[in-house]
Design a protein around this ligand. Structure first.
Ligand SMILES: [Zn+2]
Ligand SMILES: [Zn+2]
Length: 272
């Protein structure tokens, strides 16, 4: 595989409720920025049975697939476009998660925790007094996902650090090593992986999610499967921070990043 091979494995499109960029423009941006491969990973949020599902229906995925298939034809030979999805809290409705995966052949599934209970992490008020309880709840949900959820790689495993930092509540994630280690072990046991999410670079943290300390911990525990994703919700952010993250992965002891086809991982060498 070429040393210049770059693959952004977390990109949103206008199908996500919080993004306005058509898939065609995402693809053009990726090509212009020198990427050979992207995974379109629009949101699919899960709610407890009985709760309104909003956008998140099989029909919604059908529309995303139609757009991806059109782009695959248009950019054949210039860009590999994978059919991804970002599942949010799939463990709150595992039957629906399984049914979606039976109906649609994804290449790659990110598993994320965006909510504690029914409350979005971005809407929680963080302070020095409640941060520990919130983190423990968050890591409980993340463990449940790692243990039994449907996904290929966990998304932004310390996203809570970013939301807390936005409100001036700094968080040292290694204080939660006792919670993180079983999560990482379970990911490894199940043959799954984690991502380096570059969002933190562009926001209050100036580090990736997770940062190098957690990447090293994951590597020491035997972790090998690692993707790199910008989590772009705009054209400007497509591919952002990818090369810096590849260097971080190397520094943390990873020789490979992972690509997926039909949910099967393929490791490619990181060339520096
Ligand atoms: Zn996310
Ligand atoms: Zn995302």
């Amino acid at each position: 595989m070429s040393k210049r091979y770059r693959a952004d494995y977390h990109v949103h499109s206008k199908h996500s409720p919080d993004c306005k960029v058509p898939i065609d423009e995402v693809c053009q941006a990726a090509i212009l920025k020198g990427f050979q491969e992207i995974a379109i990973t629009d949101h699919f949020e899960f709610y407890t049975p009985g709760h309104p599902v909003g956008f998140f229906t099989p029909k919604y995925i059908g529309k995303i697939f139609a757009d991806i298939e059109e782009a695959q034809k248009k950019y054949e030979g210039s860009l590999i476009i994978r059919k991804g999805i970002e599942f949010g809290q799939p463990t709150v409705n595992p039957e629906l998660a399984r049914s979606i995966l039976e109906q649609f052949q994804f290449d790659y599934v990110i598993g994320s925790v965006h909510k504690v209970g029914n409350l979005s992490l971005s809407n929680v008020a963080y302070n020095a007094h409640n941060i520990e309880d919130i983190c423990l709840n968050y890591f409980d949900m993340l463990y449940e996902l790692a243990d039994e959820g449907e996904f290929d790689c966990l998304g932004h495993i310390d996203m809570i650090r970013l939301y807390a930092a936005k409100q001036g509540t700094p968080l040292n994630i290694l204080e939660y090593e006792e919670q993180l280690i079983p999560i990482l072990r379970r990911v490894i046991e199940r043959g799954k992986g984690i991502e380096i999410n570059t969002t933190g670079f562009r926001q209050e943290l100036s580090t990736t999610l997770p940062d190098i300390s957690v990447l090293k911990l994951y590597r020491e525990l035997g972790g090998q499967i690692l993707t790199i994703g910008s989590d772009a919700h705009s054209i400007a952010d497509v591919g952002s921070g990818w090369s810096e993250s590849a260097i971080l992965a190397k520094l943390a002891g990873f020789d490979y990043v992972t690509l997926y086809q039909n949910r099967r991982p393929m490791l490619i060498t990181i060339e520096s």
